[in-house]
Ligand binder design. Sequence first.
Ligand code: PLP
Length: 384
Amino acid sequence: MTLPTLADSPFLPFTRPSIDEDTIASVAEVLRSGWITTGPKCKALEAALSQRFAGRPVRLVNSATAALEMALRLVGVGPGDEVITTPLSWVATANVILTVGATPVFVDVDPLTRNIDLGAVEKAITPRTRALLPVDLAGLPVDRDRLYAIAQQHHLRVIEDAAQSMGSRWNGREIGTFGDLVSFSFHANKNMTTTEGGCLVMNTEDEARLFEKLRLQGVTRFPDGGMDVDVLGGKANLTDVAAAIGLGQLQQLDTFNQRRRALAQQYFERFARDLGFELPPEDFSNSNWHMFQPLLPASLPGHLPTRGAFIETMRTCGIGVGVHYPAMHLFSLYRSRGHRAGEFPQAERIGERTVTLPLFPGMVDGDVSRVCEAVKRVMRGAVS
Ligand SMILES: *Cc1c(COP(=O)(O)O)cnc(C)c1O
């Protein structure tokens, strides 16, 4: 059987940014202005983000990877230190810990939230532990009450990898408005974008000043035109071209996230429960619905032996499916550091079975039904 109605529709990717004409015009304006790198647009976006985050200091960088790495440097994490994190995230989360010379200590995830298991975190704390680096997977926040209770009790810094949770809330309080250091990503696939980019929300202006040095060669400039370099910094400043996009996106963030929540709700209404998928937690108060990720059934039908076959067959139905993420302790780099299969069973189970279905604000009514229908046909072998 063929699928004329599905295959004839335009290809539906698992995500796509929504950039409006006003934003495009504002980029053109920057390009014509004579000042295209870090400047007034970055300042304006930092101010707007700070306002959103309860007046806390916010500084932009050209990726969340840079924000996380510099956050670790900011709190003095280095060789000999341990940082506790999740194995179920984009690999940047653990890579930055290695980059600063420290050791990532993975603990398994909770099977329902798929976020770091805070009970396991307590057991992994050693005298070398310096910081906790939790991730809000798919925009579903880690329990902030429990997280900060653990951090306080053990005198640990927290670097929140909130790359995916822009606009998410924890019991009514927006992520970024409270807590220790909070890092957001503005990568093209995130809920708001600057093409590439990110920011760090900090506690004090002193931290922000050090962060400014770390992001640009360690330089401090003086009013008389002179400068000094007293720490080793890198090169991670954002451009005004990118910041102009961010200013347009930030204005629409709440509308985007509302649309994402409505689409996620449609998935829960329309997804065929009898196919044996494990759906994500049905959360409509905290999550910004960065992704909708069912887990494939534990035993797949004979005509679809692997996740790869599922993804490929969905593609022939005109539907893009992503994988976010395989458990990272099984990557060669981490295996070479002693990690092995079987170490974190929940992260491995989820990492092997997770699929990311289309969810982005530009989806039209009918798209969710189209995806759910395709999943049904693909699983039942009704696709030729
Ligand atoms: C996207 C992402 C990052 C990295 O963000 P970049 O801006 O691409 O550097 C880090 N952690 C998580 C959980 C992410 O989703």
